[in-house]
Design a binder for this molecule. Structure first.
Ligand SMILES: N[C@@H](CCC(=O)N[C@@H](CS)C(=O)NCC(=O)O)C(=O)O
Length: 200
């Protein structure tokens, strides 16, 4: 049995989605990291202390995108690459989501809501919003006409990027273009997305 450590409204949502897409049984350990007792217990499992975290037999993994690659390749090969070229596209889009788009959305989140009022910066919020808008324009221009990020079918890249787009649109009020909007609506309409929204 897979053990999944996560929490709603966090990076673990990306892995939660992938677990549902993979259709494998798993046990969801919901961790409230603000609770010192839960945090201490979680540190016993994962000394790195960050969610998501996955234990699958002897395999112990952190980092949502790496976990999702593992789940796709092992349990849902049709969502993984079938060629070097597809793998490159999956890597490219997933890394774009986690290391290019998401940090700009987090910049807005932190300076609008998380850091203490005296440390908040309107400049950071505005810059983050501008960068998110620019990146979402890039998504609109480069999303393949077949409506999927890689391989002409729904893959782990769509899961990884849709979760970052979800944060970016929620935090920045950014509007998606026609093509990206249709792609994102299709991602959100999938049963996995609907299930984790209701399950939390
Ligand atoms: N790049 C990591 C980010 C993991 C991460 O920062 N998780 C946050 C929640 S969104 C966390 O566990 N924070 C708790 C802490 O830093 O103590 C991933 O995508 O898995």
């Amino acid at each position: 049995m897979i053990h999944f450590y996560g929490s709603p409204m966090s990076s673990s949502g990306r892995t939660h989605l992938m677990l549902e897409e993979a259709g494998v049984p798993y046990e969801y350990h919901r961790v409230t990291l603000r609770d010192p007792a839960q945090k201490a217990a979680f540190l016993e499992v994962h000394p790195g202390g960050k969610i998501p975290y996955l234990v699958d037999g002897d395999v112990r993994l952190a980092e949502s995108v790496a976990i999702n690659f593992y789940l796709a390749e092992k349990y849902k090969p049709e969502m993984w690459a079938s060629s070097v070229e597809e793998r490159a596209a999956i890597f490219q889009w997933s890394l774009w989501g986690i290391s290019t788009l998401q940090p700009e959305a987090l910049r807005v989140l932190h300076h609008a809501m998380i850091v203490p009022a005296e440390s908040r910066s309107a400049y950071e919020v505005e810059t983050g919003k501008k960068n998110v808008a620019r990146l979402l324009e890039h998504l609109e221009r480069t999303l393949p006409a077949d409506g999927f990020l890689a391989g002409g079918r729904f893959t782990v890249a769509d899961v990884n990027v849709a979760s970052a787009v979800n944060l970016a649109t929620a935090m920045c009020g950014a509007k998606l273009g026609e093509r990206a909007g249709a792609w994102f609506a299709a991602c959100k309409a999938r049963p996995a997305w609907q299930k984790i929204l209701t399950a939390g």
